[in-house]
Design a protein around this ligand. Structure first.
Ligand SMILES: [Zn+2]
Length: 286
């Protein structure tokens, strides 16, 4: 069933585990993520990114929201449909109109006061419809969503965090402690001491972006010290490519059924989803 981010993360924070959040672009991804979460009895967070939704004159919005909502309605585990990295109010409004249960507003590149202002406006809009809001303070660097630029990390400051949450009323907060978006060229080194300080002063559950490729021991430490949601995208793309190559090497017949074509992709995707669920301790929590 479709639930809010707040509901899922409140439970996770109280019970010391984290929920994996997956960006998806196709119904095959939506179904595989939800079905694997069901098999593991884990909550699932399904995320979409604006560039992936703008395909086909914006019909990507309609298709992806419909796929996620249909998958959520078909299972008895909590599923969140979350708009990842919205940058402005019109994008948030679009997600609200399509029945998303959660949105992220990313004002992390803005000065503190402007980030507060933008986030507060989104909170007012979303909460009116019972929809959760994730914000970001500090900046998680790495590749931009459209691959055009590579930004530096700006670590989140504990004293700013407390003020930010109080002034905005957001339900969850993405913090910057040393991860980056995309595929790592060298391994990240998470600032766990900083995370501990942030979690001690935070009234809301904390979120870690750039989860793909981060070593497992660092992820476990981050969950132990207060991360309740981990964003994953690159690891899914890598898995799908692996599955695609397996498909390309199948020589049994020249006219394979779609089911046979997609099976290796599903299998690779499911393996990553299962692995992340267990890494974060989310299995058996739904
Ligand atoms: Zn992100």
């Amino acid at each position: 069933m479709l639930v809010t981010l707040k509901e899922v993360l409140t439970h996770a924070r109280a019970h010391g585990y984290a929920v994996p959040a997956f960006d998806f672009t196709e119904d095959i991804m939506a179904r595989t993520i939800v079905e694997t979460a069901l098999e593991c009895r884990s909550p699932a967070i399904m995320m979409t990114l604006q560039p992936d939704l703008e395909t086909g004159d914006g019909r990507g919005w309609v298709f992806q929201a419909a796929a996620a909502k249909a998958a959520a309605a078909a299972v008895d585990i909590p599923v969140v449909l979350h708009m990842d990295h919205a940058g402005d109010l019109p994008t948030v409004q679009k997600a609200l109109d399509l029945g998303y249960s959660s949105v992220m507003i990313d004002g992390s590149r803005l000065p503190f006061e402007s980030n507060v202002q933008l986030t507060r406006e989104v909170v007012e809009l979303a909460h009116r419809q019972g929809v959760s809001v994730e914000a970001e303070l500090g900046h998680v660097g790495g590749m931009d969503l459209d691959d055009s630029a590579c930004a530096e990390n700006v670590l989140t400051e504990p004293d700013e965090l407390a003020r930010f949450v109080e002034q905005t009323g957001c339900d969850a907060l993405a913090v910057s402690i040393g991860t980056a978006h995309g595929v790592y060229r060298s391994l990240p080194d998470l600032n766990i001491a900083r995370l501990r300080e942030l979690n001690a002063v935070s009234q809301v559950p904390l979120v870690l972006h750039g989860g793909s490729g981060t070593p497992d021991d660092q992820i476990r430490a981050a969950v132990r010290e207060g991360i309740s949601k981990l964003n994953i995208y690159a690891d899914l793309r890598i898995a799908m490519y692996r599955g695609l190559k397996t498909t390309a090497n199948l020589h049994e017949r020249i006219d394979p059924l779609p089911h046979d074509l997609f099976r290796p992709i599903r299998r690779e995707l499911a393996a990553v989803v299962r692995e992340k669920i267990h890494l974060l301790g989310a299995n058996g929590k739904a």
